[in-house]
Ligand binder design. Sequence first.
Ligand code: FDA
Length: 308
Amino acid sequence: MFRRILLWVSENHYLNNKLPKMGFVKRARSKFMPGETLEEALQAASELEKQDTSTVFTLLGENVEDLDESRGVVDHYKTVLREVRNRNLTSEISLKLTQIGVDLGSGIASDNLREILELAQRLNLFVWIDIEGSYYTDTTIDIYKGVAGKYSNVGICLQAYLYRTTDDIQGMLALNPSIRLVKGAYLESEEIAFPQKKDVDRNYLKLADELLVARRRNEVRAVFATHDSKIIDQIMNTIVLHEDLNLGDLEIHMLYGISKHVQESLLQSGVKVAVLIAYGSSWFPWYMRRLAERPANLWFLLSRMLAG
Ligand code: FDA
């Protein structure tokens, strides 16, 4: 119930305009973001690299319905790629197709994506495609499949809460894909997604096993984007059971500001860890999805309100 209310707020236009302007909401934002600007994100990445942690940059914002605005996002990501290269960072980027014009036509988003991938390929950098609400799943997978044949520096995020994901993974293995597995952050109906968290967790582990089998055959780059230490432990246990994989092959991605202690212990075990740094002024829906993931986060928000 708590999760559903927060996810409803994240999609409500009136609250999306009002709440982000309130001081206590702005103050609470710092829990998950180093700042709104690219420069703040780049500086946070430099600090994390000193601790052997790689980063993934994501400009917040979704459902861009204006062509010029979507072109602005493309130009912005090209600037990010050049900055990453100029500063010798190991960072990747992660973008949403609704930021680069998919609501204006899948051809527009696909062309915009190719432009970003072209530069990323020249700079030897990697681009992730986020996965959004289920309305966009087919289009996102089609666009990914359309570019994955030509570019090897692109990956897609898939959600363990969707029943379809096991088929989606099998359907793209021939492309030697890069897949970042998440649990899923949107409000979905039980016709298409597991309503119970325990079932999502169980499916995550099943999909992780399938990805590790494919990884052993060098058919996939598998990244596990989760803060769930029980799931991570089980994935690590599976890896140590197999002689042809070691913990250095494991890639875990987490969100900035979350589960730092888990990141440290993973680094000590030799696991590759990357932190996704989100920035930008359109942070509210993304921020509400983060609150929905953990009830304790709401208390953090309230404590910022009481702190004045
Ligand atoms: P779970 O929610 O079970 O949390 C496990 C534990 O992690 C919690 O008990 C808590 O300790 C900690 N934790 C998790 N979330 C927290 C939070 N917000 N604040 C504080 N602690 C928290 N989703 C999507 O639909 N499309 C996408 O493209 C992406 N992309 C993406 C990239 C990366 C790098 C990450 C880490 C996540 C995403 N997600 C996503 C979000 C994902 O679907 C999921 O909602 C969150 O990762 C939370 O799920 P966990 O796997 O962490 O487990």
